[in-house]
Design a protein around this ligand. Structure first.
Ligand code: GDG
Length: 726
């Protein structure tokens, strides 16, 4: 087991300078606390930006050495990179898009290039530290491209990615010109986590519609790898907040604040300055509440804590002005000498002060317009030792999914917010206790530590599942064993698929005629009297005959409909049912074509295929399941099979199947050595039909029922040459 490398845009540290040099203060963020137990263990490290621009090499060296003592490695960014990658693409393109603020999205090719370059810088820093067996855990929207960059450099590594902000609906995500590169970047990971089921669902839908990958529940099958998406809501360090709430620094502060507020009820609001947090709407709702409920004037105050953030971004500067103005208006409209409606602070506080605010407040009003999770509301609940207090929470925060005992509101509905605030202020203590108790129990059970443990556990599970699905490479030792068994056997069945197995694919399917090398290989192998060489293909009989009839091989065309011995005529499979079945099946399928836009019926000589690749995701799955069972009901008694494949439902006679024919040949011949080679889905039937002792080989990457895999047609030819040379 190697080390774990955690990667996030910011390192969990604040760097301060005093006379003696630089000092490193651990930050108290949720993530830092949660991962604190991990990144300091063994050789584990945390890689990220130290948070300020350091120019001189000597300073960088000093900082690197200081951070190394804390198990951290810096990625230094220039002021221009901070401007274009962090404040630019991350916070003026991705942040607004992912929070549904499409009006704020900046579409700048220059910022995108800076984002790519900065992601590359992070990836390179990780690669410098990476050793075999390591796990890399990448965090958040600033680093979406990093997983793929790592995967390209080191195809086998274990990579987890967690997104802390929402993943938007496909309808919004598709607006980004760089959408495909962003998705591919994320898909470099093995395990991709989100706070909520909806975020995960949106991600899967974008993956399907934009990248064309299919998924089954939450598993995405790429060409060569399985990726699992998951919803894993982040918890808090519950004990830390619960204990802080009753610590003496908190108690002391709380007493002081309480004295200043007197008998006034306090409503708390804490957020970073961000348009996603819904601060202006919250203020308007408070205004409406005071206007409609004058009896509450002088009886209730809003404690508004706004933590400065991203103030170099224009939309944040505008927001700051708007908040300042609204607070001014409300305070001047209702304020008295003895009462201030809104106590407004634009700064951040040390933890004991924050804790005192949580304890002091009768109500916490957390109403973001959109929030990945929102930890403040969870911290408020954990900081209520007497189990009183009311949480008014936006439906649009990820945490609303877990905290259903809060008073949930639509943050755009001012009247509902004003009414809910009133309800919160008048809620009987007993009812408050019931709600807080339930929420405390759930937050206590699922903390940040459980979240970290679960994430890493799930990531390892995905990796082991990938290994189980991976077909073993035909390593030299296994190939040697194969050759040994071949040599000592007396009767051999060699089943070879044609396209993609013996010859490469070509845009023109008629241009895949066997070349000289292949001709002589097949000739030699077929001449060996111990060998029964069969080419088993989906191709038409005429083409196969034209290309291969001169060779000492048996030919099977159109997946088993036609067979031909050397120097004999083509024989129609006697088990084929009469084509009348098609009429009934066609009627059924057409009924689904009419009801499902984007689907169509393909007529083959011995099969009918309903295609739904272009049908809207969801509808296609629904209708295909219906059609599948509808057809099964009618068809299976008639020696027909219904197959639900990759965006197709196919009905065809049982006899039309490479597996059926392979099994028959095997039973008849009773060989003591069997080799089957194939590259696509129809060859899977061959692999499945043969006994376990057979050498079944999948050509190319991807999950397969074959025992082993080889890289491509060239590797197949090399293998056949080794057989011939024995
Ligand atoms: C992103 C997503 C997701 C706040 N003021 C002070 C202070 N804080 C601390 C809180 C809390 C944290 O900052 C804020 O976390 P949130 O979750 O509320 O919001 P974002 O910063 O937007 O975080 C969010 C989160 O990532 C985690 O995945 O929940 O949806 O947007 O822990 O306590 N801490 C101190 N003084 C303050 O004045 N000490």
């Amino acid at each position: 087991m190697g080390k774990t490398i955690i990667v996030s845009n910011r390192l969990p540290v604040r760097i301060e300078r005093n006379q003696e040099g630089y000092r490193f203060k651990a930050s108290e963020g949720g993530l830092a606390t949660g991962l604190g137990s991990i990144y300091k263990e063994g050789n584990n490290i945390w890689i990220g930006w130290p948070g300020a621009a350091f120019e001189e090499d000597s300073v960088k060296g000093e900082i690197t050495a200081g951070l190394a003592r804390e198990s951290m490695k810096p990625v230094f960014l220039t002021p221009q990179e901070v401007d274009e990658y962090y404040l630019g693409f991350s916070n003026q393109t991705l942040w607004p898009a992912f929070h549904y603020f499409v009006q704020y999205i900046r579409y700048s090719e220059e910022m995108w290039r800076a984002y790519e370059a900065a992601n590359r810088k992070f990836a390179n820093r990780i690669l410098e530290s990476l050793e075999p067996g390591d796990i890399v855990w990448v965090h958040d929207y600033q680093l979406l491209l990093v997983p793929r960059m790592l995967r390209q450099a080191q195809p086998d590594i274990t990579i987890g990615f967690f997104q802390h902000i929402p993943f938007p609906s496909y309808e919004v995500f598709r607006m980004l010109p760089w959408r495909r590169a962003l998705l591919d970047g994320m898909l470099g990971a093995d395990y991709v986590g989100f706070h909520t089921y909806d975020d995960m669902r949106h991600f899967l839908s974008s993956v399907h519609r934009l990248a064309g990958y299919d998924y089954n529940r939450n598993e995405i099958q790429l060409e060569d790898r399985l990726v699992v998406a998951d919803s894993l809501p982040m918890g808090i360090d519950y004990e830390k907040f619960a204990q802080n709430a009753v610590s003496s620094p908190t108690e002391e502060r709380m007493e002081r604040y309480r004295k200043s507020f007197g008998a006034t009820q306090v409503v708390l609001s804490v957020d970073r300055l961000d348009y996603s947090k819904g601060i202006p709407k919250r203020l308007q709702a408070f205004d409406l509440f005071l206007e409609q409920n004058p009896q509450y004037q002088e009886k209730v105050s809003l404690l508004l804590i706004v933590v400065p953030s991203r103030d170099a971004v224009p939309s944040y500067q505008e927001l700051k002005e708007e908040v300042d103005q609204l607070v001014g208006q409300i305070n001047s409209k209702y304020g008295r000498i003895s009462w201030t409606p809104i106590h407004y602070f634009y700064r951040s506080y040390p933890l004991p002060a924050l804790s005192a605010f949580y304890r002091l407040s009768d109500v916490a009003m957390i109403t973001p317009l959109r929030d990945g999770m929102n930890l403040v509301c969870k911290e408020y609940i954990a900081s209520r030792p007497h189990k009183t207090g009311v949480l008014v929470l936006s439906e649009m925060a990820g945490s609303a999914k877990e905290l259903s005992d809060a008073l949930l509101v639509n943050p755009n509905d001012l009247q509902a917010m004003a009414d809910t605030l009133k309800k919160a202020l008048t809620m009987p203590k007993e009812e408050q206790r019931q709600h807080i108790e339930v929420m405390q129990q759930s937050l206590q059970k699922y903390t940040i530590f459980n979240w970290v443990e679960l994430f890493i556990g799930n990531l390892q599970w995905v990796k082991s599942k990938q290994h189980r699905l991976d077909t073993l490479q035909l390593a030299p030792s296994r190939q040697a064993q194969l050759l040994k068994e071949y040599q000592k056997s007396a009767t051999r069945l060699l089943l070879l698929d044609y396209d993609g197995t013996l010859v490469p694919f070509h845009i023109d399917p008629l241009a895949c005629k066997p070349d000289e090398e292949l001709n002589s290989l097949l000739q030699e192998l077929g001449n060996d009297p111990k060998n029964h060489l069969v080419i088993i293909s989906g191709r038409k009989a005429d083409t196969l005959g034209e290309w291969l009839a001169h060779l000492p091989v048996k030919l099977v065309a159109e997946h088993g409909i036609w067979t031909k011995e050397k120097d004999a005529d083509w024989q129609l499979n006697p088990e084929l049912v009469q084509p009348e079945w098609k009429e009934e099946a066609r009627k059924i399928i057409n009924f689904y074509v009419d009801r499902t836009p984007g689907s169509f019926l393909e007529e083959k000589r011995h099969a009918l295929v309903w295609h739904y690749r272009k049908v809207e995701k969801g509808l296609g799955e629904l209708r295909s399941a219906e059609l599948n069972s509808h057809l099964k009901h009618f068809m299976e008694q008639q020696r027909l099979q219904v197959l639900h494949g990759n965006h197709v439902v196919e009905v065809k006679p049982n006899a039309v199947n490479k597996g059926t024919i392979a099994q028959k040949l095997h039973q008849k011949l009773e060989p003591d050595f069997t080799l089957a080679l194939g590259d696509d889905r129809t060859d899977e039937d061959t692999f499945a039909s043969l006994p376990e002792t057979a050498y079944t080989l999948k050509v190319g990457k991807g999950a397969s029922r074959a025992r082993y895999s080889v890289e491509d047609y060239q590797a197949v030819r090399n293998l056949l040459k080794s057989l011939q040379d024995l």
